[in-house]
Design a protein around this ligand. Structure first.
Ligand SMILES: [Fe+2]
Length: 494
């Protein structure tokens, strides 16, 4: 690929420290392992790692979100571990490599692009690797996914499900029903930039588009994630909004509104989008990730989310003229409860956990009541700043196991200078065993010195620390999301 002068990257938080562009593709076998890798951990930990291939040519506070997608694999096979990382060959990345420079301007604003970018898809496919129906997809909510070969990490092309997909966009947060194997998805701004149109999409267990139906959201909002239950699909809307005129004027894609209502759209999975019932939520709140949703025996729907009183991204609050500091966001794991058969048209909120993000549950309980789950949070007793990095500008240093049956939470607290990326859950074949969490841990060793380890942690006892650690061979940028694919499912797909 064409090489740019690394010194050409601006020296601002999007490009320094842990966020320093690495721009390196490699494959390394036989990594150093300390401890014993459990037999259950046999498969591949896929990771989405954004890394800008070229320096920006515009001033863009949101640039951290539009770095080129890289697909990373950490493979576990018979106790041996290898890793590889490659750029996703998006149309955008290939066009920039051909030009030898950046062509795309501000985060999700095509009106700031160089002329050569006209007509080229803008998505960077940098958010979540999704493994479903024997296909590995790299996703980002502003475009359609790219399919990647799980063995070689070669990009195989953009996915439209055999020409069946109408939506311009496809979420990075799909939900896979553990019983049916169906993949539930959606796309917002489905009918074009800043449109209020949302596509509801179902991909069957064989990977075919089984259903796509469009509806109009209350306003054009950032819809980053959603949830399913056994019988319902839930569409949350928080007041971070896009506006075409603002984009045409070269402005920011997103502005958050503290005075606008949030909404939870509820429809039966076997119903029609015209039946969506909208429940009103609190004004001004924001959430990026849901832990889960489920129905109880009384037919009530519970929707568990990492909620805060404003948008968690500082650059969006700044663009919105909102002066709330990160520690004052009132983050919480919030449960919104609604009765689809009742008269009330508002959500009822209870707080069920601390501030934090990157919630994880076993895939086997998706849409069913979870007895426990895991998430990342900040150590309130840390006597110094967190490691700077990622889009929020601060990395998490505590892994929590939350128990929803009454047992106290358990924590794995990292020392100062170390931080977690989002873990994936690996189930165990042993009955009653909660399985394992696999996660990348970054350690800062100096002002611009970092080392990285992949940790395997007993999911039922995270406080005991890792049972095995794998030393990564090169510097890594922060991961966004990851996905676990078992060796058996990978073998079956060949
Ligand atoms: Fe996400």
């Amino acid at each position: 690929m064409a090489e740019a002068d690394p010194g050409a990257f601006p020296q601002n938080p999007n490009y320094i420290g842990l966020n320093t562009p690495q721009r390196a593709e490699y494959a390394v076998e036989d990594l150093a392992v300390t401890g014993t890798i459990p037999a259950d951990v046999s498969g591949t930990f896929f990771r989405a790692v954004p890394d800008p291939a070229f320096p920006p040519f515009v001033d863009d506070a949101g640039a951290i979100l539009s770095a080129d997608g890289m697909i990373s694999a950490v493979r576990f096979e018979n106790g041996k571990v290898s890793t590889a990382i490659r750029y996703v060959g998006t149309a955008r990345h290939l066009a920039e490599v051909a030009a030898g420079r950046g062509l795309f301007g501000k985060y999700r604003n095509p009106f700031t692009d160089r002329p050569e970018a006209a007509g080229v898809g803008r998505t960077v496919a940098n958010t979540t690797p999704v493994w479903h129906a024997g296909r590995l997809l790299m996703t980002k909510e502003d475009g359609r996914p790219y399919r990647v070969d799980p063995a070689t990490l070669e990009t195989l092309g953009q996915v439209d499900f055999g020409g069946a997909l109408r939506s311009d966009t496809f979420t990075a947060h799909v939900r896979i029903d553990p019983a049916s194997g169906e993949m539930f998805a959606f796309g917002y701004e489905a009918a074009g930039l800043a449109s209020t149109t949302v596509a509801f999409i179902v991909i069957d267990a064989q990977g075919n588009l089984a259903r796509e139906q469009w509806f109009e959201a209350p306003y054009c909002a950032m819809m980053h994630d959603f949830a399913i239950t056994e019988n319902y699909v839930l569409f949350p809307i928080y007041p971070t909004t896009a506006d075409l005129a603002r984009l045409q004027a070269g402005g920011d894609h997103w502005v958050h509104h503290q005075d606008l209502d949030s909404w939870l759209g509820v429809m039966r999975r076997d119903g029609d989008v015209s039946d969506i019932r909208w429940f009103r939520g609190p004004k001004g709140v924001s959430c990026y990730h849901m832990m889960n949703a489920f129905e109880d025996a009384d037919g009530l729907i519970h929707f568990d989310q990492c909620l805060s009183d404003s948008n968690a991204f500082p650059f969006i609050r700044e663009a919105s003229g909102i002066d709330i500091a990160q520690p004052d966001l009132n983050g919480r794991l919030a449960r919104w409860t609604v009765d689809p058969a009742g008269q009330a048209d508002t959500v009822h909120e209870t707080v069920i956990g601390p501030p934090g993000d990157f919630p994880v549950i076993p895939a086997s309980v998706q849409g069913r009541r979870q007895s426990h789950g895991w998430m990342l949070t900040m150590n309130p007793e840390r006597r110094g700043p967190p490691v700077p990095g990622g889009p929020v500008g601060a990395m998490f240093d505590v892994l929590l196991r939350l128990d929803f049956t009454g047992a106290p939470p358990q924590a794995l607290v990292l020392p100062m200078g170390s931080c977690f990326n989002e873990p994936v859950h690996v189930p165990s074949s042993e009955p009653g065993h909660e399985g394992w969490l696999v996660t990348m841990v970054d350690h800062q060793r100096g002002p611009d010195a970092f080392v990285h380890e992949c940790w395997i942690i007993a999911a039922g006892n995270p406080g005991a620390g890792p049972v095995a650690t794998v030393t990564m061979p090169h510097r890594l940028r922060p991961q966004v999301h990851g996905w676990w694919a078992s060796a058996a499912s990978l073998a079956a797909a060949v």
